[in-house]
Design a protein around this ligand. Structure first.
Ligand code: KIV
Ligand code: NA
Length: 259
């Protein structure tokens, strides 16, 4: 059965961990979905891992929608979420409604994700939810604010920790169905996870979240650079290099193709 936003909240209640990964094309999405991943995110990290940009800022809404359409064709079961990229929702509630509406109508994703938890973002999330668009929040290290925050861990002081907790609570109250906690101390993530009814999905936020997400290129060992908290479960760069060298040798030696 396809995963729903309600299912995620039930899994939190049942203490059943939620497994999430990112995807940027049909082939990757098809493998992840068939492998049983619960939630697939067309993250704007595709700007870095698939498009070669230094940050997530340059990727456009049209580019995200292009990738989301390809991912959609590969996913049957997982809940599918698309990031709204930088400056596709910060201008006004109208802009956010327009961008999120396009994501749902043009690609078939079931929800969108927005970064941040300031009052303007919280008000936007409330409006999207009232329009019938499921929203995932994202607090802590928010990469669209890289020029402001850097890629440093957030919430280290008691004041900033309280601030992130307050943002998470406000996003839940605005109607978000789940929230990403990125690169914050483990004890803060635990505190937020205990306070919220909606599931927290962590990345660089310790083991106490209701679920975990990784950028799939990091998991596969395909990222040119990856953050310290990411874990590679295989080195596909090495696997691919070996395969290409084998092919290269067989072509030069006349072994492939066979007669
Ligand atoms: O874009 C992305 O990959 C993300 C995840 C790290 C949560 O936002
Ligand atoms: Na993102």
């Amino acid at each position: 059965m396809p995963v729903t936003t309600h299912q995620l909240i039930q899994w939190k209640q049942q203490e059943r961990s939620i497994v999430a990964l990112t995807a940027w094309d049909y082939a990757i999405a098809h493998v992840l979905d068939a492998a049983g991943v619960d939630l697939i995110l067309v993250g704007d990290s595709l700007a870095m891992v698939a498009l070669g940009y230094d940050t997530t800022l340059p990727v456009t809404l049209d580019e995200i929608l292009h990738h989301a359409k390809a991912v959609r064709r590969g996913v049957k079961r997982a809940l599918l979420v698309a990031d709204l990229p930088f400056m596709s929702y910060q201008e006004s509630v109208q802009q956010a409604l327009h961008s999120a509406g396009r994501a749902l109508k043009e690609t078939g994703v079931q929800a969108v994700k927005l970064e941040g938890g300031n009052p303007a973002i919280v008000a936007t999330v409330a409006q999207l939810v009232q329009a019938g668009i499921p929203v995932m929040g994202h607090v802590g290290l928010t990469p669209q604010a890289v020029h402001h925050l850097g890629y440093r861990q957030q919430g280290q002081s008691p004041e900033t920790a309280d601030h992130i907790l307050a943002e998470a609570i406000a996003l839940e109250q605005a109607g978000a169905f789940s929230i990403i906690l990125e690169h914050i101390p483990s004890d803060l993530a635990q505190q937020i996870t205990q306070k919220l009814t909606i599931p927290t999905i962590g990345i660089g936020a310790g083991p106490h979240c209701d679920g975990q997400v990784l950028v799939t290129a990091d998991l596969l060992g395909l990222s040119v650079r990856q953050p310290p908290f990411a874990k590679s479960y295989v080195n596909l760069r090495e696997v691919i290099t070996q395969a290409v060298q084998d092919y290269d040798a067989e072509v030069r030696e006349g072994k492939f193709p066979a007669k």
